[in-house]
Design a protein around this ligand. Structure first.
Ligand SMILES: Cc1ncc(COP(=O)(O)O)c(C=O)c1O
Length: 314
């Protein structure tokens, strides 16, 4: 953490959980009450909705704002939620699916609001290692001691090293009281033990995986730029939202003129490509598709050829 993000983490702040999504569920159960509202910023990773709603809490949406092919936070809407009594938020940083790596000013602004309105932030930073050149991941909790005191940071080797099946994640909770409440929830559920293969895989990845990660990042970034460049040659009607990190691209297909509810099926049936349908990321995802570029470039070439052919049939 110190090497990569310039964030000094005390070992005792780190708690393990069998996944980030289970960790979010522990946090929601441990720290919020039934009916409480939790802010999220759609379009966003669908399990955020599920983890809030399936635990009897309520989603409060603060949609991201899009301008010139770039998404930003809507601070006015965030402040209006916070000033009307909402006390919790799940932040996605970097953001899946829009590919934003939040910059220092944005995080400082959010931190100021969170401290002012006494918000607890569940900061899902699972994508923190997959950030492209020209951008830097800044953990929200590293912005100031005040925000660290009210932030739970969720990280994992699973995206970075493709180890999701090992069920291992790291939750950093500097605040002693919040950490105790979080750990008590894990104990209540009898989930204090982790899979020993996950521990070995996670340790091996962190200890020996840095060179591999460097190469992966160069490859992913090339994939991202490659798709954006090629897509713009194929059609002006699918815009690739400028990616700053992650291995998912957010494709703006609104100009295609295909009704939102038919869009995903168009790519499946006409191109043989299964994107993630934009609407599963919230209503703000209508007209968008999410493309996974964590694959060999040859596969991407095939996909692009198929898209070009399918568009001709339109
Ligand atoms: C933002 C975000 N959080 C969490 C996860 C999954 O975490 P886990 O497998 O540790 O539950 C993903 C996977 O796509 C993700 O995009």
């Amino acid at each position: 953490m110190e090497n990569r993000y310039n964030w000094k983490v005390q070992p005792e702040w780190v708690v393990h959980s069998p996944g980030v999504v289970p960790g979010l569920a522990f946090a929601i159960n441990a720290l919020t009450d039934p009916g409480d509202k939790v802010v999220i910023q759609p379009p966003v990773y669908p399990p955020f909705y599920a983890v809030i709603e399936e635990n009897g809490r309520t989603v409060a949406e603060s949609p991201l704002v899009e301008a010139n092919n770039k998404f930003t936070m809507d601070f006015e809407s965030l402040e209006s939620h916070f000033s009307s009594g909402v006390k919790y938020m799940i932040l996605c940083s970097p953001h899946n699916p829009v590919g934003r790596v939040w910059d220092k000013e944005e995080l400082q602004h959010l931190a100021r609001l969170a401290v002012q309105y006494e918000i607890i932030i569940f900061s899902d930073e699972i994508w923190s290692d997959l950030v492209f050149s020209g951008h830097r991941h800044i953990p929200l909790a590293s912005i100031s001691p005040q925000i660290a005191d009210r932030t739970l940071t969720f990280m994992a080797p699973s995206k970075t090293f493709n180890l999701a099946g090992f069920y291992l994640s790291n939750i950093v909770i500097p605040n002693h009281e919040l950490r105790e409440q979080f750990c008590a929830q894990i104990k209540r559920l009898g989930l204090t033990h982790l899979n020993v293969f996950g521990l070995v895989a996670g340790e091996a990845a962190y200890r020996h995986g840095e060179m591999w990660l460097k190469q992966l990042l160069a490859y992913l970034e090339k994939n991202a730029r490659y798709v954006a460049r090629k897509m713009s040659k194929i059609t002006s009607k699918i815009k690739v939202v400028e990616p700053e990190g992650t291995f998912v691209l957010w494709l703006d297909c609104r100009q295609l003129g295909i009704p939102s509810q038919e869009l995903n099926n168009f790519f499946v049936s006409e191109a043989g490509i299964a994107f993630n349908d934009g609407v599963i990321f919230g209503a703000a995802g209508q007209g968008f598709q999410r493309m996974n570029i964590g694959c060999p470039r040859a596969l991407i070439d095939q996909a692009l050829e198929r898209i070009a052919a399918a568009l001709k049939s339109l």
